[in-house]
Design a protein around this ligand. Sequence first.
Ligand code: BGC
Length: 335
Amino acid sequence: MKALALDFEARTLAWSHLDSPEFFANRDVLYRVHEVGVCGTDRALASFQLGAPPKGETRLILGHEALGQVIETGSGVKSLNRGDWVVPTVRRACKPACSSCARGRRDLCISGKYTERGILGLHGYFTERAVDAEEDLIRVPLKLVDCGVLIEPLSVAEKAIARALAVHEGEPRTALVLGLGPIGMLAAMVLKARGFGVRVQSLEPLDHPRAAILELQDIPYESVLTGSADIVIEATGSTEAALLALRQMPPLGVMVVLGAPDGAGPVPFLRMIVNNQTVVGSVNADLEAFHAAVEDLARFERRALAALITRTRFSDLRRTLTGAPMVAPKVVHVL
Ligand code: BGC
């Protein structure tokens, strides 16, 4: 099988050949990968800023946002059949399992020894066939196959929003999303579907094509911050933007940071104390968030979903990973 892999020794990103995956456990599912999305993590991997190959290997096959169709199931698989469409989760439990991984919350792994398909210690999905355990696959209803590749990034937004709502101790009504990337746009769509008065702020000009996709859904966009909100989702990768919004957050406000790196700047601790505010970090997603993603996808406006995705060939992957960032929020490669 053709696969796109990072070689951590040669520091190259190259097409290589891979044996078809082995299908060994009776809870395993073999599936054909049809589409894979690319995100900021993949681009950071492609420039060796993060990630690691599987133990004892030098290469890592990238790709963690996959959509596939089941070819064969092990005898113990109960919920999936040949022909079903699936999206794999990304993270796998640490071994021996820490208390979070043991209760099925690998996204909250506390040992730090988890692995992630296509990112950390496990090969990913930029290839033709894959095997995963039934428990690591989310079934995609037929009517959502055309946008199913968005389920993984959407699950990350769903978990972040669930965390914010679990922490907020009042009646949050307004939301602000920082960032016009796929996670930011999907987070805004979830918050709107939940009835929040949501707006998005980012640096892109007001006439940027991504802003037009928000406009389609009556989600206001601003390129200069005009105040904060009860719930703030940071998906910009900018510490300055996060701190600016934090300094204006109302009482009881909750900010979830998803992408901002370490940075310097005054953190308004005193203001946070007297206003009972919270800043929460969030990564990856639990099964509940994946299922919420499937439900929300079915509610979102189809036109907006279609506008989020630009499809291109599998052979163009290298360009998407290493070339100038594309205007489309989500570039999807078709295998
Ligand atoms: C993925 C997550 C993953 C995170 C950190 C993100 O791009 O969507 O599933 O946990 O990267 O590796």
